[in-house]
Design a binder for this molecule. Sequence first.
Ligand SMILES: NC(=O)c1ccc[n+]([C@@H]2O[C@H](COP(=O)([O-])OP(=O)(O)OC[C@H]3O[C@@H](n4cnc5c(N)ncnc54)[C@H](OP(=O)(O)O)[C@@H]3O)[C@@H](O)[C@H]2O)c1
Length: 358
Amino acid sequence: MPEIKHRKTNRQPIGLISFNQKINMANMQALVLVENEKIELQSVPVPEPKAGEALIKIKAAALNHRDQWSRIGMYPGLKYPSILGSDGCGVVEKVHDDADQTWVGKEVIMNPNVNWGDDPRFQSFNYSILGMPTDGTLAEYVVIPTHRLHKKPAHLSAAQAAALPLAALTAYRAVFTKGEAKPKHRVLVTGIGGGVSQFAFQFAKALGCKVFVTSGSDEKLEKMKATGADGTANYKEDKWEKSLVKQAGGNFDVIIDSGGGKGFEALAKSLNLAGTLVVYGGTAGTKVTLQLPRFWFAQANIKGSTMGNDQEFEAMVQFVSDHKIIPMISSTRPLNEVVSAFDEMHEGKQLGKLVIEV
Ligand SMILES: NC(=O)c1ccc[n+]([C@@H]2O[C@H](COP(=O)([O-])OP(=O)(O)OC[C@H]3O[C@@H](n4cnc5c(N)ncnc54)[C@H](OP(=O)(O)O)[C@@H]3O)[C@@H](O)[C@H]2O)c1
C-alpha cells in the first residue's frame, strides 16, 4: 500500500496555474499525480484566478473511478504532474477583477465539464473534465471559471454536496436522457457499490420506478434492501439474472451498467421488449459477447453515455434539490489520508462515495 509522503517542492506551479500570471506565493496541500502509479500530497503554490475565474477554498472533495484509473495510467490524455479530483464543495474566496464579484463568500459546487461544446448530444473534441488535465479539487484550493459554479443545494452538507457533481451528472444522463426511464418502469442498476450507480438508483426511485440492483457483495445488497431496493442479486452467482427477473416479475425496461465484461450478455438477456441498456463504463472489461438477435427481435437498444451536458448538470442539481436526495457516502476522511481512499476504491470496498474533508 503506497505511503503518503508530505513533501515541499520548489518546482513550478502545475496545471491551471502554470501560466504567465501573478502567482500567490502562499502554499497549499494538494494530491499530485507525480508519475504513473505515484500519487502524493505535496505543498504547491495556491493558484491565482485569471480573467473570468474564481478561487475556491475547498471544504470537501470526492473521488471518482477516473482518479484511480489516472493513478494507474489507464486514463486518456494523462499529464504529469497534475492535481486530481473532479468533485468539490467550497467557498468562493476571491474572483478575478473581470469576473462576477457576487460569487465571493458563496458556498458552491462545481460543474466538472470543461468545454462540452454546442451539441447537447455529445461532447466536443476539446472536451475534458476538471481534475485531468486541468488541476482538480483534491487540494485546499482550486481555480475554476465562474460559469462552472453552482450554489450548493441548501439541504446538503459540504461533504454531501462534494459527492454530487461527476457521479450524479453521469447518472442523470444515463437514467433520464439515455435510459428514458418512466414511473413504474422496471430498472436494473448494476454494481451498486459504485458512486454513479448509487445516484442512478436514487434518481430512478425518486422517479417512481421499481429499482433492482446487483453487487459482488452480499453485505452491500443487504444494505440496499434496507435502503429500498425492490430486489437484489449477486452478479458472482450463476444465473443471477434469472433470480432477479423473477423478483422483478418480468424483464427490465431500463438497465444502467458500468460493469461490461463477462456479465454483459446476462444483461442483454434480461432486457424487456423495446428496453434500453445504457452503458457508461467497463469496470469488469470492455470486450463483451452479444447475441444480436436479442436486440433486433426485441426492438431493444444499447446506448453509450458519458458524463452529461451543462443543461443536464443544472437539471440534475434541481432534481436533487426538489427530491431532497442525499448522496450515499461510504466514508469520509481528512486530506492527509487521501491515498487510503484510492486504495479502498481499487479494492471495490465502498458503497457510495469516498469523501475527503479538507
Ligand atoms: N462514461 C462516463 O462518463 C463515466 C462517468 C463516471 C464513471 N465512469 C466509469 O464507470 C465505472 C464506475 O465508476 P464509479 O466512479 O462509479 O466507480 P466506483 O465508485 O469505483 O464503482 C465501481 C463499482 O463497479 C462495480 N463492479 C465491479 N465489478 C463489477 C462487475 N463485474 N459487474 C458489475 N459491476 C461491477 C462495483 O460494484 P459492487 O462493489 O457493488 O460489486 C464497484 O463498486 C468506472 O469504470 C468509471 O470509469 C464513466
